[in-house]
Design a protein around this ligand. Structure first.
Ligand code: NI
Length: 216
């Protein structure tokens, strides 16, 4: 298979795997991340095949979506094998995926390649702005969380474990993650886009709290 065919097969496989995902990590999230990764990737002179593959596969074995640590080969490794992708390329893709995810306010997740920078930025951009707000409430609802409870304080998670276990209301998530993301972008292209989305969220939160207090 050539690169184009591998991308097409991967797209089909991932779309099927995510067809019944209701927590905001649906196929369209993957597709937006793919498009944004390529947009950033072009500006950053990335290897676009590796960038696109990593974007398509980045949530397949995500800790938020798979309940247990799966033993043996991950779905992603299995798929890369099946696509007969050479080992060096497969390892680069797997490394990018490993570097993409957000692990809490105080846990750093550095990237080791421009491709990882592009995909990580694209994934984080999808968590903010209008789409990010929608996804955040979808995820919260999926996990039975309250929209907001003024009595639950904001918690800047010290480590990945406490972040994973958090069951705080969804509004807290803005302060524990979403509003931090604009300063965590790797690329200039993403920083510019993030700034606009960040301002939109601040405006949204202002309106939210005004309505909460019956001020507007
Ligand atoms: Ni993602």
């Amino acid at each position: 298979m050539n690169h184009k065919e591998i991308i097409q097969s991967t797209e089909k496989y991932v779309a099927e795997e995510f067809s019944s995902e209701g927590s905001g990590h649906d196929w369209f999230h993957i597709d937006r991340v793919r498009k944004m990764s390529l947009r950033i990737g072009i500006q950053e002179n990335c290897d676009l095949f590796i960038t696109e593959m990593a974007a398509l596969l980045h949530d397949l074995d995500d800790w938020k979506l798979t309940n247990s640590e799966s033993a043996g080969l991950s779905k992603t490794e299995g798929w890369l094998n099946k696509m007969d992708i050479e080992t060096a390329t497969a390892l680069r893709i797997l490394r990018i995926i490993d570097e993409v995810s957000f692990k809490g306010a105080k846990t750093n997740t550095p990237v080791s390649s421009v491709e990882a920078a592009a995909v990580q930025d694209a994934d984080r951009l999808d968590a903010i702005g209008a789409v990010g707000i929608a996804r955040t409430f979808a995820y919260g609802g999926h996990h039975g969380r309250l929209i907001y409870n003024p009595e639950v304080r904001i918690d800047m998670h010290e480590d990945f474990d406490s972040y994973k276990k958090s069951s705080a209301p969804t509004i807290n998530h803005f302060y524990e993650k979403l509003l931090l993301l604009k300063d965590r972008m790797n690329t200039q292209a993403a920083r510019t886009i993030a700034e606009g989305r960040h301002q939109f969220m601040l405006k949204y939160l202002d309106q939210f709290f005004d309505e909460w207090e019956a001020k507007k």
